[in-house]
Design a protein around this ligand. Structure first.
Ligand code: DON
Length: 317
């Protein structure tokens, strides 16, 4: 049980600098030794456990970076919020959430949960709901994945972003549990397509980006889907509220409740070691450190976020 001590007087967010980020990063660098790099997907096990990066995109879209900010890693489950945005934009919220719940969870990300009882995934953040969400995006074959990739490129304004084919192959050849969920949902009448749809999920998980890209994604949802440079082509207050609420209740899986008490911000983690955080109306935070805690969340990443939140009183609560 962690007690969080908040600073007596929070610093003003306008004083955040690269120096701030560097000192928080150095303070938390060794937390990676308490975690473990995901190796259930063999290709992920090859990551450098000591790599660490911390990035913030502030109010005016100004970017602050510390650590290995050019180091790429796969976004994994963070891609689920991008897929959700596309599915809801195409189908409408009612249609998507008629097939799955808005529920939180006490189960790990790859749990079947109530696929065997109500027949529907708990939420779009756990694997089952995310696989279903991606299957709801229109288009044949690889098209839905390409929409996800394009939206990630748009939000980050980084057209060099692509997916890592070896991670994808590794996910596809070992993802039997995900395949099981896919077919159970097909059996339940929720999924109508073929395994191309599951491949799109594996591909979206394999998209490679940096901590700075994650901070830009956090910023986007924190600011009504307006990009860090002010581009408002996707501006949508309701959608940003929906996605941030799902991040808050299930973005850190079964740790989400305790995370809400300690950090108190919509966040989404991935087993690649990234976490993207939205500070509503204010900023986006991106962290990367591949060693994960027992819930599958970046260990050093969590502690860097927690320190920034305490120092600047960023919690919603
Ligand atoms: O479905 C999987 O196993 C992964 N490719 C993605 C899961 C993930 O990132 C869960 N996160 N913490």
């Amino acid at each position: 049980f962690n007690t969080v001590m908040y600073a007596q007087r929070a610093a003003d967010v306008s004083t955040i600098s690269e120096k701030t980020l560097n000192s928080i990063l150095e303070k938390n660098r060794t937390y990676y030794t308490q975690g473990k790099v995901a190796d259930y997907i063999p290709e992920l096990g090859k990551m450098d456990a000591g790599a660490i990066a911390f990035s913030v995109v502030g109010k005016s879209g100004k970017i602050f970076n510390a650590g290995d900010v050019h180091k790429k890693f796969t976004m994994q489950s963070i891609s689920k919020i991008i897929a959700l945005m596309i599915a809801v934009n195409e189908k409408g919220e009612a249609d998507v959430f008629n097939k799955m719940g808005y529920f939180g969870t006490d189960r790990p990300f790859n749990h079947f949960s109530n696929l065997e009882t109500t027949g529907k995934p708990l939420n779009p953040m756990m694997n089952a709901g995310a696989i279903l969400t991606t299957s709801l995006i229109s288009g044949e074959g690889e098209k839905p994945f390409l929409k996800i990739l394009d939206l990630v490129r748009y939000i980050t304004k980084n057209n060099t972003i692509d997916y890592n084919t070896s991670v994808y192959e590794s996910e596809k050849s070992t993802g039997h549990r995900n395949r099981g969920m896919f077919y159970l949902m097909k059996n339940n009448g929720l999924i109508s397509g073929n395994e191309d749809q599951l491949d799109n999920y594996f591909k979206q998980c394999s998209i490679e980006l940096t901590a700075e890209d994650l901070a830009k994604i956090g910023y986007f949802f924190a600011n009504q889907c307006v990009r860090f440079d002010g581009d408002s082509a996707y501006k949508n207050e309701d959608l940003a509220r929906l996605i941030q609420s799902q991040m808050l209740i299930a973005g850190m899986y079964e740790f989400s409740g305790e995370y809400a008490r300690t950090v108190g911000l919509p966040s989404k983690s991935g087993v690649g070691g990234g976490i993207t955080v939205s500070v509503p109306g204010k900023m986006g935070i991106g962290v990367f450190s591949p060693a994960l805690d027992r819930h599958g969340n970046s260990s050093a990443g969590y502690h860097m976020i927690l320190d920034l939140v305490k120092q600047y009183d960023l919690s919603l609560f």
